[in-house]
Design a protein around this ligand. Sequence first.
Ligand code: 5CA
Length: 429
Amino acid sequence: MRLSQFFLPLIKENPSEAQIVSHRLMLRSGMIKQQAAGIYSWLPLGLAVLRNIENIVVDELNKAGCSHLLMPTLQPTELWKESGRYDALGKEMLRFNDRADRELLYSPTNEEMVVDIFRSYVKSYKQLPLTLYQIQWKFRDEVRPRFGVMRGREFLMKDAYSFHVDVTDAVREYWKMYDVYHAIFKRMGLQTIAVSAETGAIGGDLSHEFHVLAETGESAVYYDKKFDDLREGKIEISGDEQRKLYAAADEMHKADNCPVPADQLRSARGIEVGQVFFLGDKYTKAMNVTIPDAAGTPFTPQMGCYGIGVSRLVGAIIEASHDDNGIIWPESVAPFKVGIINLRVGDAKCDSFCATLYDTLKSKGITVLYDDTDERAGAKFASMDLIGLPWQVTVGPKGAEKGVVELKNRKSGEKVELSLESALAKLLG
Ligand code: 5CA
């Protein structure tokens, strides 16, 4: 993409409404625009990151055997009367009437609708286990939307729902998804800690929240110090052993009754990027779902559900990865992998070097943003740092004369002069 054609409305001053760094950087780098409290437009740079995050989620869930579908954002309220949750979410749930005076709601979550799909088609225990998921916009009329996309009213969620013959199989799937979640967040460059959690309005008996530790996190989490040692690479613990270590969300933590001695206990702030639930038969029972088992006897399927805050993740990744100059995107989610800076547009050598870089990288499937504008050098460098692309290639008249370009790694700050060929080889390698 050529910057001269790309819609990238950068903001120089720090927006006064933004209290945390990710919100500030998302506004400044032209990723989002607020349209109403907690409701945002995703501008091209922001959308590119959102799509990359979605793709990682889809890839990992498909690998785990989940089936991707898409439900509407609007639902008839009858389904929620059937499940008994019509009043459970109170004012958080947005309801309105259509022209025929039928009451609709904007989905805050989709347990009811997915159960309705399930009961329409699944008629045999042989079709289980089954996991259906979607990535779809949700609306919750939060009392206090804040921190940009972190706590929005409209937000993008991945929600998965699994169906099982019995509790044992539902719990097996629960722990499988727990592992899949760690893998998903790791691919985005995030270290997450899973803490036992309350099930709230979603329901069920067993739940974990996945947190990215950050000072700006909205939640308090408590955990065994061994998690810090693990993160710092001081110890190694198998996945099974990690599950047994103490880690609890604020409302689950009992200071007087904690199994971890005080000097072994750590507390921190966390951003909740996902939550998994074992639901039991809460929804299938309320909505009268039964299917025949092997002997032909009807049984009520067990369920689990698994959410990821896709739009919140964009902010969480920035909280975890930035410096004073701007965002530092992990390659896996970066809106473009490479930024090319042409320091003298119109100079034959500079233009030709840049064209070679741009065309070659693009032809190899690498995403590139080429700054072909006539801004001054300082502004170009600052903008490139702000938007945080992992690699920057700077082409100036002096270097081009010598046959070299400068390659900079955004994360380490390391800069090297390389021939055009070596720079390309490095970026393609
Ligand atoms: N039905 C289940 C998941 S299938 C569910 O709704 N779970 S949830 O309530 O925990 O939401 C899933 C994830 O969505 C949360 O872990 C969080 O990362 C994200 N999320 C929840 N509320 C918001 C919000 N207001 N703004 C941004 N993300 C949110």
